[in-house]
Design a binder for this molecule. Structure first.
Ligand code: DAT
Ligand code: MG
Length: 189
């Protein structure tokens, strides 16, 4: 059986509504292993900036008509991570709701998580429930805690390949931990 990684994210509405602990605990209780965790603000600038994935220091100077120096653009795009919400949702770029989706995901801090386990990608999708919370089954995170697709509180990778891609996108090297939970022998024979 294959050990997979999935990228789970509590979206800004989940953070604002105080659901971080509740959401983390569902994956914890299930028996998956947390390998990365952080609170992170993905800014619009960072999300949309052409240099979002490069360390970039722009410090432009200009003069107005009266000869005074004007600092008209001072942008400091330190590389906080490889994060780029547009890259994250690149498969949805053509959708009509894409601009709203980017606004939503950059509207406040998110909680970024990497989880590991056998079948974790598919299982996490089941724990999360359908994209539209009104269609999501009771007992799932969205089924229990949300009412609208545009405010569906949590993200989960849809394939092991995307799990790896998204973890690499949102986490820097050194932010992930390799460890063995004491409960490991009690979860699998
Ligand atoms: P999921 O988050 O269940 O993987 P998805 O990958 O198809 O769903 O879409 C990503 C997010 O985009 C989803 O969580 C909410 C938003 N979204 C999807 N379909 C939408 C729609 N029809 N209207 C508004 N937002 C939508
Ligand atoms: Mg998806």
């Amino acid at each position: 059986q294959q050990v997979d990684q999935t990228y789970i994210m509590v979206k800004p509405d989940g953070v604002q509504r105080g659901l971080v602990g509740e959401i983390i605990s569902r994956f914890e209780k299930k028996g998956f292993k947390l390998t990365g965790l952080k609170l992170f603000q993905c800014s619009k600038e960072l999300a949309e900036g052409a240099g979002a994935c490069q360390k970039e220091n722009l410090h432009r100077r200009a003069h107005n008509g009266r000869g005074a120096k004007l600092y008209f653009a001072r942008v400091n795009l330190e590389k906080d991570s490889n994060v780029d919400s547009i890259e994250h949702y690149k498969d949805l770029k053509q959708k009509s709701f894409f601009p709203k989706l980017i606004d939503y995901i950059t509207s406040g801090p998110v909680v970024c998580m990497a989880w590991e386990g056998v079948g974790v990608v598919a299982s996490a999708r089941k724990l999360i429930g359908a994209t539209d919370p009104l269609q999501a089954e009771p007992g799932t995170i969205r089924g229990d805690l949300a009412v609208q697709t545009g405010r569906n509180v949590v993200h989960g990778s849809d394939s092991p390949e995307n799990g790896k891609r998204e973890i690499a996108l949102w986490f820097k090297e050194g932010e992930l931990c390799e460890w063995t939970p004491v409960q490991a022998p009690w979860l699998r024979e």
